[in-house]
Design a protein around this ligand. Structure first.
Ligand code: SF4
Length: 470
């Protein structure tokens, strides 16, 4: 007979906002720039996540000098020392910083204290990428590292009256409180963080484990052996009275023999462990036990961090910022007669000062609209392209044809009036070029004339010249 077992799922568990953002950054960079995209260090500490991104084209490296200069590089969620982006900038590399916003706030805090003449003490784990990154915000020797209350006794600050402390974001809340207590006892003037450094996700996951611990015989924490916050969850489980508290990367790591005779198991996941691995573990239990699942929720999370702007901009037009200024000016100039024509038609004559440049009667306005009516068609065609590019695809041949055929058809149809048709053609193309620049990062993509736009600008200028003198 299959034994009964209750699984208590701690909530919140798994991905935090910082990890979610970091993974999105790599995925969006791959989408925008294509593979390979280089990532300095594991973007987050989870083999499953890293392997998944590697399959999509991410290349994980230890140091910047392993990356070529013509491919983008991403810095991990743990943060990097100041020297890293500086080196990337010196090598003219395109880099995207996926440092979690909460870690980034710590960097700012450290810099602020340093600017105020305080020496920093960082509570953290030696060698952890976050500690290395935060300490690397200040010149060497300006940040002293302590891991335990015992380390506090051997601290030798420059001036005990001028100290401030910050902490790694993923520490045990309770252990850190002990270190802080030791610091405050030895250095009463030490300045604490503006806001709690241990992040909301770490705190919430630890609280959920504490709530689950009294109900269970064993705790499984899904996470990587190099994930600080996952390891802290294991410790929190043990300290909360759970005799068997174990870190597993996924279901295959579970030591089933150790769980013999057990009737209740708590499950949680570190901030870098995806929910798919939690489900895998639950399924593994279901295969061996008659499982009842209960959720123990201690907090709800709705934190979200935006990805950097450079990735939010459409991926499809990396060269659009190079659209020449004359094209932009000419493009927008195409709107002027249209707006003026509409105004002349709609408002009483003489209301708008036209300085004799345009007809002031409604009939004249209509004529102006007729004359430049093609512009709106070209505009519509341009918009079609725009929406195409916004959705990350090349414009279809129909959209391409519309954009070209409409102005050319007008040119041919109105061929008996060279001045008018040249103007129309010029404005239509100019408008497209202008829109191309205007919507550069959002809407219009002109794949096929990317290499033609400068000659085209010359054509537009010539057309305008002929139109004006006809
Ligand atoms: Fe940011 Fe906290 Fe997640 Fe680390 S654990 S990435 S600090 S939210």
């Amino acid at each position: 007979m299959i034994p009964d077992l209750t699984l208590y799922l701690a909530a919140p568990r798994g991905f935090c906002a910082g990890v979610d953002r970091a993974i999105k950054i790599v995925e969006m960079a791959l989408e925008k720039y294509g593979a390979p995209v280089y990532v300095r260090h594991e973007i987050v500490h989870n083999k499953y996540v890293v392997d998944g991104l590697r399959e999509k084209g991410a290349v994980f490296v230890d140091e910047l000098d392993e990356c070529p200069t013509d491919r983008p590089v991403i810095f991990s969620a743990h943060g990097v020392p100041k020297s890293v982006p500086a080196e990337a900038a010196a090598r003219e590399m395109l880099y995207v910083d996926a440092t979690c916003k909460i870690v980034y706030n710590d960097h700012i805090e450290a810099e602020r204290h340093h600017a105020n003449g305080l020496q920093m003490v960082m509570i953290g784990h030696a060698g952890h990428p976050e500690t290395v990154g935060t300490m690397g915000q200040l010149p060497e020797g300006e940040v002293l590292l302590v891991e335990t209350p015992a380390d506090v006794a051997s601290l030798a600050p420059r001036n005990p009256e001028k100290l401030a402390f910050i902490t790694q974001t993923t520490l045990s809340v309770d252990d850190t409180a002990e270190v802080v207590e030791a610091l405050q006892a030895r250095f009463p003037a030490i300045v604490g963080p503006h806001k709690e450094d241990i992040c909301y996700a770490t705190t919430n996951r630890q609280e959920a484990v504490k709530a689950v611990a009294p109900k269970i015989d064993a705790l499984l924490v899904i996470g990587a052996p190099n994930s600080s916050n996952s390891k802290r969850l294991v410790e929190v489980g043990s300290k909360a009275g759970c005799a068997y508290s174990q870190l597993v990367q996924r279901a295959a790591d579970i030591d089933w023999r150790s769980l013999e005779g057990i009737r209740s198991v708590g499950i949680t996941a570190g901030a870098s462990a995806p929910e798919v691995l939690v489900n895998e573990v639950i399924d593994a239990f279901r295969a061996r036990f008659n499982v009842t699942v209960e959720i123990v929720e201690t907090a709800q999370e709705n934190v979200e961090f935006k990805v950097p702007r450079v990735l939010r901009e459409t991926a499809a037009c990396p060269h659009m910022h190079r659209v020449p200024l004359p094209a932009l000016v000419l493009g927008f100039s195409g709107l002027i007669p249209f707006v003026i024509g509409a105004l002349i038609t709609l408002v009483p004559a003489g209301t708008i000062p036209l300085f004799g440049l345009f007809p002031s009667t409604p009939e004249g306005g209509v004529a102006l609209l007729e004359r430049y009516g093609t512009i709106i068609l070209a505009f519509m065609a341009g918009c079609l392209w725009g929406f195409a590019s916004r959705h990350g695809r090349k414009p279809s041949w129909i959209e391409l044809a519309l954009t070209v055929v409409v102005p050319v058809a007008v040119f041919l149809l109105l061929g008996d009036d060279p001045g008018r048709s040249c103007s129309l053609l010029a404005f239509a193309f100019a408008l497209l070029l202008g829109l191309d620049a205007w919507f550069a990062r959002q809407v219009i993509v002109v794949y096929w004339w990317m290499h033609l736009r400068i000659p085209l600008t010359i054509v537009v200028t010539l057309c305008l010249f002929v139109g004006a003198s006809a």
